[in-house]
Design a protein around this ligand. Structure first.
Ligand code: NAD
Length: 356
């Protein structure tokens, strides 16, 4: 088993170091190889996703990814910006299914911005389609408008599109996942306004015929955004497109107390996957040793379960995380009165210790 370790920028290096520490403590047999990605790779090799990094990622069974990006790269041409590395990896490896569980740990119900009774016991899974939609649709660009409200004015445009196979495969992933959980899928769309999402709704409904043991509901994205803060526990699995999933999963992350708690997995049809925290490179706290490493550590657990067939080791990590929270250890983002504030490395060390 080979793991490509791509720490990236900002807090990426700090949090990935803690996840690697935890993986090493498990005493499993796998090889880990580190390579630069994002802004770090741009500095080292002139490109956010150098050939050597891409080759390593393709050869590996799984990728452990930190985060990329920094405001200082905002003026670079778009293909050279750090964020292009993630888009490039998703595309090159065909990582079409993004799993983002939002679990509210008992000990963190008070860190959530919602009332504790609304989030206690929350366990929802957002499945976001990752390789289509308006983020990848062509054509896109800037031009002079020939029609619309201001003909002759400069305008920008993107293309929202989904093909039947793209919708079918993500719908199947969602129904399969729901079968192993609460047996309910909420498909989020904007079918009342967008042709692409009327098609999405039609195809999901067709695929559902093969999964009659799972309940399917359809919900418009604006309502879903509202229901997520009104009654989040009513959801089990949410499946949606690339853009809506991007937004809703960040919203869901706050239900859990902090974006620093939210892991994610992006899988292709060979179960090869990229595992990363749901947050970004947090330049505002980078280098201060205060970032929460738990989302990355929990992403490593997802990696063991989904790509490396080590479910038992994954469960050990998850239990260790619960244990350190029960011990009252908190990084600043999840700190509340009466708990003990710790830094990134101390939190990683505590998880290693809690593995037993
Ligand atoms: P962000 O997720 O980096 O940060 C948002 C807020 O959450 C910040 O206040 C940050 O301090 C806090 N935060 C994030 N992770 C945390 C952690 N582990 N512990 C404690 N606090 C944490 O989002 P942003 O500020 O919008 O973006 C910063 C950079 O990250 C940008 O360049 C953006 O493009 C990039 N980004 C990268 C990814 C990725 O690599 N997958 C995802 C999102 C954003």
């Amino acid at each position: 088993m080979k793991i490509a370790v791509l720490p990236g920028d900002g807090i990426g290096t700090e949090i990935v170091a803690e996840a690697v520490k935890v993986l090493k403590a498990l005493d499993l047999k796998f090889e880990m190889e580190t390579a630069p990605v994002g802004g770090a790779a741009y500095e080292a090799a002139g490109h956010p996703l150098p050939e050597s990094t891409l080759k390593l990622a393709k050869e590996a069974d799984a990728i452990l990814f930190g985060a990329v990006g920094d405001w200082k790269y905002d003026t670079l041409d778009r293909p050279l910006r750090p964020e292009q590395a993630i888009l490039g990896l998703r595309k090159a490896l065909g990582l079409f299914a993004n799993f983002r569980p939002a679990i509210c740990y008992e000990q963190l119900t008070h860190a959530s911005s919602l009332k504790p009774e609304l989030v206690a016991g929350l366990d929802i899974l957002i499945i976001r389609e990752l390789t289509g939609d308006i983020y990848f649709g062509q054509p896109r660009g800037r031009r002079t408008a020939v029609d619309g409200h201001f003909p002759g004015a400069e305008e920008a445009f993107d293309t929202m599109r989904y093909s039947r196979p793209e919708i079918e495969r993500i719908a199947r992933v969602a129904f399969e996942a729901a079968r192993k959980r609460g047996k309910k899928v909420t498909s989020v769309d904007k079918a009342n306004v967008l042709e692409t999402f009327q098609f999405w709704k039609d195809v999901v409904t067709e695929v559902h015929k093969d999964y009659q043991d799972v309940e399917l509901e359809h919900m418009y994205v604006d309502n879903a955004a509202m229901q997520l803060v009104k009654k989040p526990k009513a959801f089990d699995v949410i499946v949606t497109g690339n853009m809506f999933g991007d937004i809703l999963s960040d919203e869901a992350s706050m239900l859990t107390g902090s974006i620093g708690m939210l892991p994610s997995a992006s899988l292709n049809d060979k179960k090869q996957g990229l595992y990363e925290p749901s947050h970004g490179s947090a330049p505002d706290i980078a280098g201060k040793g205060v970032a929460n490493p738990l989302a990355t550590i929990l992403s490593a657990a997802m990696m063991l379960r989904f790509s490396l067939n080590q479910g038992e080791a994954a469960a050990r990590i998850e239990a260790a995380v619960q244990k350190v929270l029960a011990q009252g250890l908190r990084t600043p983002d999840i700190y509340s009165e009466g708990t003990t504030k710790v830094g990134t490395a101390q939190m990683g060390d505590a998880v290693v210790k809690a593995l037993g």
